[in-house]
Design a binder for this molecule. Structure first.
Ligand code: NAI
Length: 325
C-alpha cells in the first residue's frame, strides 16, 4: 500500500477548514486509494477548536485518514508536507486600508513561505485560499527561494465553478458539457470570467454581449458578496469544494480538450508581467499546471484582463514597498 501523503491545512478551525477537512479525509483531495495524514495549523487561541474538529474527524472513522497532528508553529506544521492548503488569513476589518491588509497578511504568509522552504517535502504543492489570495501566494513564494516558483498557486477555481454554474443555467446544459471557460486576473471584483473560447459540444457559445456585461460577469465577480448577503456568512463549503477541485486536478490532470482556471506564476504570457500570480486558463498533466498558450484575445477580453492585472501589479508594488517580497 501507498505511504500516506502529508497535507497541511492552515486556518483549520475556520469555516472553510470545517468543510474542507472532511472532504480530504474521505479521499476526495487526491483519490480514493491515497491515504492522507493531516497536519493542522492554527493560531494558539484556535488550537482548542481545531482539536474539536480533529475529534470529529476521528469520529468519521475514515479509512484513508492515517493521522492528525495539530500545531501552532508553522515550522512544525510544514515539516515534510506534500500538499499545503493555506486557508487561514487576516480578514479586512472595518476602516482597514489595503496597505494595512497586505501588511497584516505579510505577517502570516512570509513565515509560512519560510517554513515551507525550510521543511516541506521536495514535491510540495501549495494552494493559497486565504485572501487576498494572489498576493498572499506571491509573498509566500518569494520567501521560498529553494522551491520551484510554479509550486505556488492561488485559488480562482471557485470563480471558475461559479462561472460554469451561471453559464449552464443560461444555456440549459449540464456543467459537464461546457468546456474552456476561463477566469483571468485577480481573485477579486476585477476578475474577468471569459466565455471567449468556451464551447458546448465543440461549438462556440452564443450568448449576447449585453448579458455578458450586465449579468454574467458581475454575477460571477460579486457572488461572494451575494452569498454573504443571503447566508449571513461568507461562502465556505463551495470554497472548500473548489480547493478540493484545484488540488485534485493539479495531481490527476485535466481532460483532453478542456482546461480549468488557476492563479499561477506568470511567465509573461498574454502580457501579464512575469512573476505575478495571476489567474489563467491552465491545463494539468504529470502533476504540473501549465498556462494554455497561443489563445487569441479579443479587444473586450484584452481590456478586462489588463484592468485586473493592473490591480495585481499595484498589490505587488505595495508589498514590495512594504518589504514583504
Ligand atoms: P474563518 O475566519 O472562518 O477562518 C480562518 C481561520 O484561520 C481562523 O480559524 C483563524 O484562527 C485562522 N488563522 C488566522 N491566522 C492564522 C495563521 N497565521 N495561521 C494559521 N491559521 C490562522 O475564515 P474562512 O471563512 O474559513 O475563510 C478563510 C479565508 O479564505 C479568508 O481569507 C477568505 O477571505 C478566503 N476565501 C477565499 C476564497 C477564494 O476563492 N480564494 C473563497 C472564500 C474565502
Amino acid at each position: 500500500t501507498q505511504a500516506p501523503v502529508n497535507v497541511t491545512v492552515t486556518g483549520a478551525a475556520g469555516q472553510i477548514g470545517y468543510a474542507l477537512l472532511f472532504r480530504i479525509a474521505s479521499g476526495q483531495l487526491l483519490g480514493q486509494d491515497v491515504p492522507v495524514k493531516l497536519r493542522l495549523l492554527e493560531i494558539p487561541q484556535a488550537v482548542k477548536a481545531a482539536e474539536g474538529t480533529a475529534m470529529e474527524l476521528d469520529d468519521g472513522a475514515f479509512p484513508l485518514l492515517a493521522g492528525i497532528d495539530i500545531f501552532d508553529d508553522p515550522k512544525q506544521a510544514f515539516e515534510g508536507t506534500n500538499i499545503a492548503l493555506l486557508v487561514g488569513a487576516r480578514p479586512r476589518s472595518k476602516g482597514m486600508e489595503r496597505g494595512d491588509l497586505l501588511e497584516a497578511n505579510g505577517g502570516i504568509f512570509k513565515p509560512q513561505g519560510e517554513a515551507i522552504n525550510a521543511g516541506a517535502a521536495s514535491d510540495i504543492k501549495v494552494l493559497v485560499v486565504g485572501n487576498p489570495a494572489n498576493t498572499n501566494a506571491l509573498i509566500a513564494q518569494s520567501h521560498a527561494p529553494d522551491v520551484p516558483a510554479d509550486r505556488f498557486t492561488a485559488m480562482t477555481r471557485l470563480d471558475h465553478n461559479r462561472a460554469l454554474a451561471q453559464l449552464s443555467k443560461k444555456l440549459g446544459v449540464s456543467v459537464t458539457e461546457i468546456k474552456k471557460l476561463a477566469i483571468w486576473g485577480n481573485h477579486s471584483a476585477t476578475q474577468y470570467p471569459s466565455v471567449q473560447h468556451a464551447e458546448v459540444a465543440g461549438q462556440s457559445v452564443d450568448v449576447d454581449q449585453a448579458w455578458l456585461e450586465s449579468d454574467f460577469i458581475p454575477t460571477v465577480a460579486k457572488r461572494g458578496a451575494a452569498i454573504i448577503e443571503a447566508r449571513g456568512l461568507s461562502s465556505a463549503a463551495s470554497a472548500a469544494s473548489a480547493a478540493i477541485d484545484h488540488v485534485y486536478t493539479w495531481v490527476n490532470g485535466t481532460a483532453d480538450g478542456d482546461w480549468t482556471s488557476a492563479a499561477v506564476v506568470s511567465d509573461g504570457s498574454y502580457g501579464v508581467p512575469e512573476g505575478i500570480i495571476s489567474s489563467f486558463p491552465v491545463t494539468a498533466a504529470g502533476g504540473e499546471y501549465k498556462i494554455v498558450q497561443g489563445l487569441e484575445i479579443d479587444e473586450f477580453s484584452r481590456a478586462r484582463i489588463d484592468a485586473s492585472v493592473a490591480e495585481l501589479v499595484e498589490e505587488r508594488d505595495t508589498v514590495q514597498k512594504l518589504g514583504l517580497i
